[in-house]
Design a protein around this ligand. Structure first.
Ligand code: UDP
Ligand code: MG
Length: 335
């Protein structure tokens, strides 16, 4: 017997599981999710983010054995934000539970999110009470939240993680915005005030390695810092403009012999002035022009066992059935 999702008007839960080279985690996470949450009317939505280690084969096998399993597979690795966005876009149930494939968030903890959502929220974010990640990651997250929330005043739910329960309609609206700097955590508060956080347990990763490196985390943070406020870019161009102005004065003073420096110093100050003024204009140009630029799609799907919009597919072969895209293999993979 399945029980209805305890929302007043909705039933059914799509569990979105992004996977990038998680071959050893696909089956254990499937078992944990179905054991812990199998009472709900459930869809397990796997997103293979261009894995090269056999993850997709594992997902295909699950899909062949269990009709609750749906998946899309990307044409290459498009990254974490793209992976869960595709899941949010194509999940079919009215509520979405995002859970990573590595089981760092215990599936049983989702019941806390469900109970809170039933109080009338559109999005409930898990907050790790006892985070089991390296110190550098914990400090990095603390610094990120400090800069984002306190310095730049961007509204993001304090401590919120990817372990979350969101109304599918809301999640889909956010994906469909196709923001140039997609950042789910910061976009939710722009669409609704009915979001909250709930403390949840956290585990260390047991199998496979973290796929999220410092390079990714810092560029993703910069996407937030420049995409969701103009404070940083305005400060950068204003600083360059100010320094450029000071350099102009210094160059003039040096040329008049006021600084006790010669023609070489005057030339250097003048060059610095030009450099800083160009930098200042470049920052403004990037902000203003960049805001209006179209961006490439966040992801492209190569294979799926759900219907995927034509524009989200990399190819549209004549022989692909409505429920199947498999250009690479040129044949069907699901019944
Ligand atoms: N992931 C993904 N694409 C990526 C990086 C990560 O789909 O480019 C998935 C990954 O397989 C995992 C989840 O996103 O299921 C979270 O990644 P990870 O556990 O490496 O992040 P961490 O917990 O270290 O922040
Ligand atoms: Mg993890």
């Amino acid at each position: 017997m399945t029980r209805d999702f305890p929302g007043p008007d909705h039933s059914g839960l799509s569990v979105v599981i992004p996977c990038f080279n998680e071959v050893d985690n696909v089956e254990p996470s499937y078992r944990e999710i179905t054991n812990e949450l199998g009472d709900y009317s459930l869809e397990l939505f796997y997103v293979d983010d261009g894995s090269s280690d056999g993850t997709l084969e594992k997902i295909r096998a699950l899909a062949a054995a269990d009709t609750r399993v749906r998946y899309v597979s990307f044409s290459r690795n498009f990254g974490f934000e793209a992976a869960f966005s595709a899941g949010y876009r194509y999940a079919s149930m009215p509520w979405i539970l995002h859970i990573d494939a590595d089981q760092q968030f215990p599936a049983a903890e989702a019941k806390k999110l469900v109970a809170t959502a039933a109080q009338g929220y559109d999005a409930v974010f898990g907050v790790r009470t006892n985070r089991q990640d390296p110190l550098i990651r914990r400090w990095g997250t603390a610094a990120f939240h400090f800069v984002g929330r306190r310095v730049l005043r961007i509204e993001i739910p304090q401590g919120a993680t990817a372990f979350r329960l969101v109304r599918a309609e809301l999640a889909r609206k956010i994906v469909d915005l196709r923001l140039g700097t997609p950042y789910f955590l910061a976009t939710v508060p722009r669409l609704t005030s009915r979001y909250t956080t709930v403390p949840v347990a956290h585990r260390a990763r047991e199998r496979g390695e973290s796929k999220v490196g410092m390079g990714f985390l810092s560029s993703h943070a910069i996407e937030l810092f420049v995409g969701f406020t103009r404070r940083l870019t305005t400060a950068a161009s204003a600083t360059a403009l100010f320094a450029g102005g000071v350099s102009v004065l210094a160059a003039a003073a040096a040329a008049c012999g006021l600084l006790g420096a010669g023609a070489t110093a005057a030339t250097l100050f003048a060059l610095l002035a030009v450099l800083l003024l160009v930098l200042s204009l470049t920052v403004r140009y990037l902000v203003v022009v960049g805001a209006g630029q179209p961006r490439p799609r966040q992801f492209y799907v190569r294979e799926a066992n759900v219907v995927v919009d034509v524009e989200d597919r990399l190819f549209t072969p004549e022989d692909a059935g409505p429920r199947l895209i498999d250009v690479q293999l040129g044949k069907g993979v699901s019944a």
